[in-house]
Design a protein around this ligand. Structure first.
Ligand code: PGA
Length: 256
């Protein structure tokens, strides 16, 4: 029995219209609705958040966003604030996803501003970290992860840290079908937990959830979730269809 509650979070990325999202949520709610053994969240694109929020009413499934701006309001065309997300009853926000880092130039310092703003607004950040293939092949994985942790969590104090979820997502495993081996994943997860114990303390590190992300699907989930330091999954492709997403929730229920 793990001391931390598993979290299975669906990152829909730029997929699903608002109405397609509601259809998917209805199927997920029907299949996993009232259970509270495993925390479950869906993260639709901004345009689907309001209808998703309504469709989730009365279920134990939480709502998350995929990004936000650190400032409270102002001249930031195309951006969304933490308060706006809270007004739609979002609980989580994915921050620093590798696609945001890669395609939108997000730096650790900017991501850190977002983490701080999310916490201030009682949103739980899902802070994504992970190395590229080139970084792994040149033996830099743990250095890269450490730099991202130091930058992303700068200024965060221990009392807030327990509200942060980390997601280790090796960039080379995202959407590629190439999953990290359980040993590769557990090695980095254990490293992250060790780093958190030094940065905060052991008790805090023991409470923080570290998700794995990168081609996680029902067939590889049981083995990954059985690892000591893997506390759930951030799911892209397999979250777009009710059956595979629900099977992942079930895998977490059996692994718990
Ligand atoms: P994937 O995406 O499951 O499609 O690999 C995971 C993610 O990018 O969060």
């Amino acid at each position: 029995m793990k001391s931390r509650k598993f979290l299975i979070a669906g990152n829909w990325k730029m997929n699903k219209t608002a109405s397609d999202g509601v259809d998917l949520i209805k199927d997920i709610v029907a299949a996993v609705g009232p259970q509270t053994e495993v925390d479950v969240a869906v993260c639709p694109p901004f345009t689907g958040l309001e209808s998703a929020s309504k469709a989730l009413e009365g279920s134990a499934i939480k709502l998350g966003a995929q990004n936000m701006h650190p400032k409270a309001s102002g001249a930031f065309t195309g951006e969304i604030s933490a308060e706006m997300l809270r007004s739609l009853f979002a609980s989580y926000v994915i921050l620093g996803h590798s696609e945001r880092r890669q395609y939108f130039g997000e730096t650790d310092a900017f991501i850190n501003e977002k983490v701080t703003a999310a916490l201030k607004n009682l949103l739980k950040p899902i802070l994504c970290i992970g190395e590229t293939l080139q970084e792994r092949e040149s033996g830099k994985t743990l250095d890269v992860v450490k730099t991202q942790l130091e930058g992303g969590l700068a200024g965060v104090d221990a009392s807030n840290a327990v509200n942060i979820v980390l997601a280790y997502e090796p960039v080379w495993a995202i959407g590629t079908g190439k999953v990290a081996t359980t040993e590769q994943a557990q090695e980095v997860h254990a490293f992250i937990r060790g780093w958190l114990a030094t940065r905060f303390d052991k008790a805090v590190a023991g409470k923080m959830r570290i998700l794995y992300g990168g081609s996680m699907k029902p067939s590889n989930a049981p083995e990954l979730l059985a690892q000591e330091d893997i506390d759930g999954g951030l799911i892209g492709g397999a979250s777009l269809e009710a059956k595979s997403f629900v099977d992942l929730v079930k895998a977490a229920m059996s692994a718990g």
